[in-house]
Ligand binder design. Structure first.
Ligand SMILES: Cc1cc2nc3c(=O)[nH]c(=O)nc-3n(C[C@H](O)[C@H](O)[C@H](O)COP(=O)(O)OP(=O)(O)OC[C@H]3O[C@@H](n4cnc5c(N)ncnc54)[C@H](O)[C@@H]3O)c2cc1C
Length: 451
């Protein structure tokens, strides 16, 4: 089975490409159709591009000053661009993978060896052969087979009696990887998502280019339709069309609207809908959780980790570090701390002092003063504090699997929903999943218009 999105740096060993980009220049199903899309992340951009490609007139309203949403790039920090949001391509059968290959992307090809800080010692991958770690790994491998109740992963770990010394690993591989922590992840919801996953098992990282750069190149035609700084506060919808109102009082009239904002924005009621969303829809929105998440990117004057180190597990505050430069950089002097859930909340509360905490974690693993003494610079990307995002990505909380379909459902004929949290077939929390929801919403609008 597919392991939960674990990080492997792999070469371009892709199988046949199943997904395809919509054909350009086919019958214009969107002629005369006007659509407003709210949110210029991957989902909103792809929805807009698909509609425009079919002849529709599209306006994308984006609250922040930039398009891209949870795709963001740090340039000039190292000898390669650094992804502050999404970084990996999960699977070889998706719109995203197809788009990247078509746009000439190169993928990192490097052998890596992970480091595990266990019982106060730095260990190599051999530690996974010890009985209790083998049990933990077998538990992770079998996550997709769970047919029991939607209890939390933490409860299942307790039931299985996994050894306490392996907790750091299941925390990193499950809770942290899925954007939360193990006492918030639903075992059945996770398994249902896993069963529906169809993108393939390989993971890829870009070598020298960025996800945002490739999307900008592939979807260039839609970028002029993005209006930034337009915070949508009200959506009036009905059989006669929609009116979308922004915080500055600007209004936009259209035949249909696609709402492609993070689930947190719907949860917090930033947008008033008239008629109001049903109680069922609001209850479903509340069941699709999204918590804190951050990356702390650190550069060093010298590399104190081995040249082939991939991930480093077992630090007190950071479930996973990885060597961001491995295979991408001649220098390989950058580490990324990847922290989700309550640990991200705790680091977020520290503000800039989070860097000292993260360095102390590395000093504990590599020796007193080793990391902090070599430290040059650091950047904290705290997604919880992004005012128009407010978290990392939706995670499979108990009860969330069924709720996603209700969140995704069209209201009447003119109000449509997209965004990673509305993915009903396991690709939530990913870029390719966001693209797929954008395509789904665009196709639904076109099908209605074409009737
Ligand atoms: C740290 C981190 C690491 C990640 N790693 C990976 C990875 O390795 N691989 C992977 O596939 N995925 C990863 N993801 C997840 C991936 O980034 C997201 O699933 C995807 O980018 C979400 O796209 P979206 O269009 O659904 O939402 P977003 O990108 O959030 O776009 C929504 C847009 O709506 C805008 N908006 C909000 N409110 C309003 C309003 N009222 N009016 C107008 N606009 C509004 C926002 O500003 C935003 O631009 C990661 C995410 C994070 C945070």
């Amino acid at each position: 089975m597919r392991l939960p999105r674990r990080r492997f740096l792999q070469g371009l060993a892709a199988g046949p490409l199943v997904a395809t980009l919509p054909a350009v220049g086919c019958a214009a199903r969107g002629e005369g159709l006007r659509v407003v899309v709210i949110g210029a992340g991957a989902a909103g951009l792809y929805a807009g591009w698909t509609l425009q490609d079919e002849g529709a007139t599209v306006t994308i309203l984006e609250a922040s000053a930039v398009h891209g949403g949870r795709l963001r790039v740090l340039e000039g920090f190292a000898d390669f661009p650094i992804e502050l949001g999404a970084e990996e391509v999960h699977g070889e059968r998706s719109i995203l993978h197809t788009l990247l290959v078509a746009d000439g992307a190169r993928f990192v090809d490097a052998d890596d060896a992970d480091v595990y800080f266990v019982d106060g010692e730095r260990r190599g991958e051999g530690v996974l052969e010890e009985d209790d770690f083998a049990d933990a790994e077998a538990f992770v491998d079998a996550l997709g087979d769970w047919e029991g109740d939607d209890v939390t992963i933490a409860a299942r770990i307790a039931d299985e009696g996994l050894a306490a010394r392996t907790t750091f690993l299941t925390d990193a591989w499950i809770g942290n990887e899925f954007g939360a922590q193990n006492d918030l992840i639903g075992a059945r919801s996770l398994a249902q998502g896993d069963a529906a996953w169809s993108a393939g098992d390989a993971n890829f990282a870009l070598d020298g280019t960025t996800l945002l750069g490739h999307l900008e190149s592939a979807l260039a035609a839609i970028l002029p339709a993005v209006k930034t700084g337009q915070v949508v506060t009200q959506v009036d919808h009905g059989a006669d069309g929609v009116t979308v109102t922004c915080a500055d009082g600007t209004t936009y009239a259209a035949d249909a609207v696609i709402v492609a904002v993070p689930i947190t924005i719907l949860r917090d009621g930033d947008i008033t809908f008239s008629p109001a969303l049903s109680d069922d829809k609001l209850a479903a929105i509340a069941k699709v959780p999204m918590g804190a998440g951050m990356k702390v990117v650190l550069s060093f004057a010298r590399r104190f980790w081995d040249a082939d180190t991939g991930s480093i597990y077992g630090a007190a505050h950071v479930p996973e570090f990885w060597a961001t430069g491995l295979g991408r950089s001649d220098d390989n002097l950058v580490l990324t701390a990847f922290v989700m859930g309550d640990k991200a909340e705790a680091l977020s509360a520290l503000g800039d002092d989070a860097i000292a905490t993260v360095l102390a974690d590395l000093d504990a693993i590599y020796g007193a003063g080793v990391a902090s003494g070599a430290y040059v610079d650091g950047v904290i990307q705290d997604w919880l504090k992004e005012p128009t995002i407010r978290g990392a990505y939706s995670y499979p909380g108990p009860g969330s699997h069924a709720a996603r379909s209700v969140v995704a459902a069209t209201v009447g004929e003119t109000l449509y929903f997209a965004g990673e949290a509305t993915h009903t077939e396991g690709h939530f929390g990913t870029v390719h999943g966001a693209l797929e929801t954008g395509e789904r919403a665009a196709e639904a609008v076109l099908a209605w218009w074409w009737e």
